[in-house]
Design a protein around this ligand. Structure first.
Ligand code: UDP
Length: 321
């Protein structure tokens, strides 16, 4: 089959490209290289089934050309990372909302191409539930706390996609990704694992934001793309939302200690108030662990990698760099 991946040169997009190519498919990777990189896809460019197109999802013409003749669109192009979003508020909202609208419109115009929309666990907002379920009510903070603009834009994407499905019969599936990590992820946009690993290896302070008691669950990017590839081909997934992540939680403080121990680093662990890092209009979320039973029931989703695998591979990656 032939697939379009928007954001195909991004961290997750590059792994998804790899996975689809390994399964014998043809891949068009559309990316404007704003946060994606040529380096992410350098190892794929020799494969004759891989085609890179430099362009944006904001450009309907290039999007339409890239989507011609494909059987599915994985829509990953979006603003990435809390740090990036806080520093690019308008662009982030625009790309997430207009970009998704363009993708859905294009898919419909070209005869109803199946679209997999990547949403985010951010949409669960400030829920304090032990495990987040796809049918939970969502608790998002007020608009003057800008962090929530990202969750709101992703939620709008979900509504839009499900509306295209309900009213115009467009086959869509939505995934909510939970802290996806692995080699090639950069800490430039705020992601905690590459940041801590880099800091530990360089002997710099490991910077825990807030109390460090906030809980996260980290999933290997290879598990995430496996789930995405299966959902794309599963008719029973159409019109539905799926959490994709690893249900094992860890606090950020524990994560810092683990990385320090693994790397035998002498780095001190320091605590920084959120305000100092992201300014006064920020609010973090204390819990974020997925219930993955929906994906398990429909595609047999079960993560194969543990946090220790992610950390070992990420440490190796940064050491080799
Ligand atoms: N974090 C941290 N130090 C850093 C970067 C992030 O303590 O240098 C924290 C961040 O505040 C959040 C958690 O680590 O509570 C995960 O952050 P990330 O940006 O990776 O993902 P999020 O879950 O916030 O989307």
């Amino acid at each position: 089959m032939k697939f379009l991946i928007t954001g195909g040169a991004g961290f997750i997009g590059s792994y998804l490209s790899e996975k689809l190519l390994a399964e014998g498919h043809e891949v068009i990777a559309l990316d404007n290289l704003s946060t994606g990189t040529q380096e992410n896809i350098a190892h794929l460019t020799k494969n004759s089934s891989f085609h890179f197109v430099e362009g944006s999802v904001m450009d309907k013409e290039i999007l339409s050309k890239s989507a011609e003749g494909v059987q599915g669109i994985f829509h990953l192009a979006a603003a990435v990372g809390v740090k990036f979003v806080m520093e690019n508020l308008v662009t982030s909202m625009e790309v997430n909302v207009k970009g998704t609208e363009n993708v859905l419109e294009t898919a419909l115009k070209l005869g109803g191409i199946k679209v997999l929309i990547t949403s985010s666990s951010e949409v669960y907002g400030k829920s304090s539930k032990k495990r987040f379920h796809e049918e939970d009510d969502l608790i998002i903070g007020p608009p003057h706390k800008f962090r929530w603009s990202y969750a709101t834009s992703k939620l709008l994407d979900e509504f839009l996609a499900l509306s295209y499905h309900a009213e115009r019969n467009l086959p869509v599936t939505i995934v909510r990704l939970f802290n996806i990590c692995g080699p090639r992820q950069t800490g430039r946009y705020g992601m905690v694992i590459p940041r801590f690993v880099r800091q530990a290896l360089k002997g710099e302070p490991i910077t825990v934001y807030g109390s460090g008691k906030q809980l996260r669950s980290f999933a290997h990017v290879k598990d995430a793309v496996e789930g995405m590839a299966k959902l794309m081909l599963e008719p029973a997934a159409e019109g539905k939302i799926f959490n994709l992540g690893n249900p094992r939680g860890i606090t950020i403080e524990e994560l810092a200690i683990k990385i320090k121990e693994m790397t035998r680093s002498k780095s001190p662990i320091t605590y920084l108030p959120y305000e100092e890092v992201y300014g006064p209009h920020f609010e973090d979320l204390m819990y974020r662990v997925p219930d993955i039973n929906h994906a398990k029931a429909v595609i047999g989703f079960m993560p194969r990698y543990h946090l220790e695998d992610i950390l070992t591979e990420t440490v190796e990656y940064f050491r080799s760099k």
